[in-house]
Design a protein around this ligand. Sequence first.
Ligand code: SF4
Length: 798
Amino acid sequence: MTDRIADIWGERTPHGSGQAWPERVDQVLAEGLTDGDVDRWVQSACVLCSNGCGCDIAVKDGKLVGIRGRAQDRVNRGRLGPKGLYGSWQGEEHPDRLTRPLIRVDGRLVETDWDTAMGRIVERSKELLASKGPLSHGFYTSGQLFLEEYYALGMLGKAGIGTPHMDGNTRLCTATAAAALKESFGADGQPGSYTDIDECSAIFLYGHNMAETQTVLWSRVLDRLDGPNPPRLVCIDPRDTEVARRADVHLPVHPGTNLALMNGLVRELFANGWIDEDYIAEHTANVDQLRSVVEPWTPEKVAETCGVQAADVRRAAEIFGTEDRVLSTVLQGFYQSAHATASACQVDNLHLLRGMLGRPGCGLLQMNGQPTAQNNRECGADGDLPGFRNWENPQHVQDLARLWNVDPGIIPDWAPPTHALQIFRYVEQGSIELLWISATNPAVSMPQLERIRHILDQDSLFLVVQDIYLTETAQYADVVLPCAAWGEKTGTFTNADRTVHLSEKAVDPPGEARSDLDVFLEYARWMGFTDKDGRPLLDWSGPEDGFEAWKECSRGRPCDYTGLSYNKLRGGSGIQWPCTEGLPDGTERLYTDGGFPTAPEYCESFGHDLLTGATTGETEYKATVQPGKAWLKALDYTPPHEEPDADYPLRYTTGRTAYHFHTRTKTGRSRRLNDAAPEPWIEMSVEDAARAGCQEGDIARVTSRRGSLEVPVRVGDIRPGTVFAPFHYGYWDTSDGDTSDGGPHRAANELTITEWDPVSKQPLFKNAAVRVEKLRSGDGPSKAPDTTASRRATGAQR
Ligand code: SF4
């Protein structure tokens, strides 16, 4: 195997259209070890992005010592990327791991035992429930727990406490995917499959730097691009990413203008007759409104608004309109930007207008960012009702109450689930007094960090944090619970193309750390949550019980798991849901017959107004949507809230690098990954850097209306007028590890804005205005990676 830090995507194994992707097994073992030294290999899947690559974990003497891709797995056919190879196991074998619970005494966190820590939580929880009721409790979880853990959390929140205040950091990464799928098709669930890469004749990547966010998926694309009959490639991204460099058409739109572009692409389909009239008539509703909304968006108007060439808009539209098998993938460039849901819905619309769904190569992947985000959404840990049930449908609430044997009145269905930023607002206002954060780090990942620090620090809040390290967030906690990591517990999770994997426990967690599932079950037991007959609400003895319980919850719903079991998931490949008695091998693609889950009694949502986010309501929904037909939804473009001006002349956008995951909790502790990208930077174009008097490596101050950063400059191939910052870097590995002082700051989210998409409620991390000033000369080039989109300027950008 090549050095996979330098060679991120590994050796090419080209394949042509319709051919199976060849196997290539990637493996890393601890220095000095060979295969013969490994005691055993334990089946799992990687949890460092949404790709969900099947893998086996190497164990020696009770320790994680390496990893190998699973050749038989449909997702990766043996491959792993840099994060999987170096971050998964190395990131956990670190002396910083939390091994005992901590409680705050006289302002300091001190070690204690589990009973004392849980006793404190339960005492406060009972006190608040008795005095202030369920709205005093909020839960903020992750996209990195296992399915069984989310389902336990969803149950205890909805049927134990009865609070609507529950969300995951999936709100920050994948909420728009769920929202757009619900708006267009009636329910969440990716229509496409990764094998569509092997079959397609064109690929569109919308705000999706796949080359860095899902490196193994990009290897699959590279193998098509280097094989016979390569697909044509269209990239929408303001940066000159690896994807852009391989694209036939690159549309480097101004951040915040995606919807204008999408309206223009849809208009071109209508204008040129590149639509499937029969499919539209049989399988969709609302085409006339869509046509009238996009009508003004000529390529020239798009060009002027988005800062791209009209000819490129036409070329991109022609590719979508004339190729017979187009795959679309969408990610944060759309989801975290203005008009997120409306823009993502226009991607759905492109496929619907051409009748390109449910056929090989015609995939639609509204991607996820995190490995288990899909399960969070399925199980209701993001506030939705489990099993893609509709909180506005009383029958769905009754179903759950029957399943759980609880009074339906306890299930919070009187209002939409409270989204993450609103949960933090309620803490700020003082109505939520117990906030329980699991496996996520809002002190680095939320927008407008100074405000988030104040919220986490306020006296009225009792903060519980469960994690594997003492994160920036955990430093504010009243109680810290040490948890087991991947490889130290068993459970299942589902990737972005609905593939379910089983991850088995390979080693014991360090010290007294426990699985997140054990923590939730223990809390439910201490709280005495019971069903109507007085039996424990969560009487599972372990994760397999949780999985079996979940199967019943999913029965008959779009995400039906009833044909799966732990045994079935052992030994071979992951399997795509729905998997039932009638579909024992799972389901490669959804909507093969052009039928959609939009019937009012079955759908997950009655939809929203894309401009305001107001719910459509059952009456209007029934009047608009014909059961079984998809809904062509559209919105006109309006400029984003914070545009550049004389004081803040540059557009600011945040994103990822191939070498880190989220706030570096694990990848920052992997030596190989951290060496590859050890410190933050900002990227500026040659022109903007010159205007600010900056050269490569100089230290600059970047200021928005909410704060400032002091970081090195990378003069790169980003479109002029736009500044990029990786969002991974916080403060735990700075010299004082301090998150609360007045700076200098380095976390990208010091500058981002507290604003969200009206439908998905996803924060807008890609729309802020900033100015950049040189602070001092650097002592050499910045340490931004030269192997990725952050490489030094080549002059490729216009
Ligand atoms: S592509 Fe994602 S899931 Fe696969 S090895 Fe890399 S980080 Fe892990």
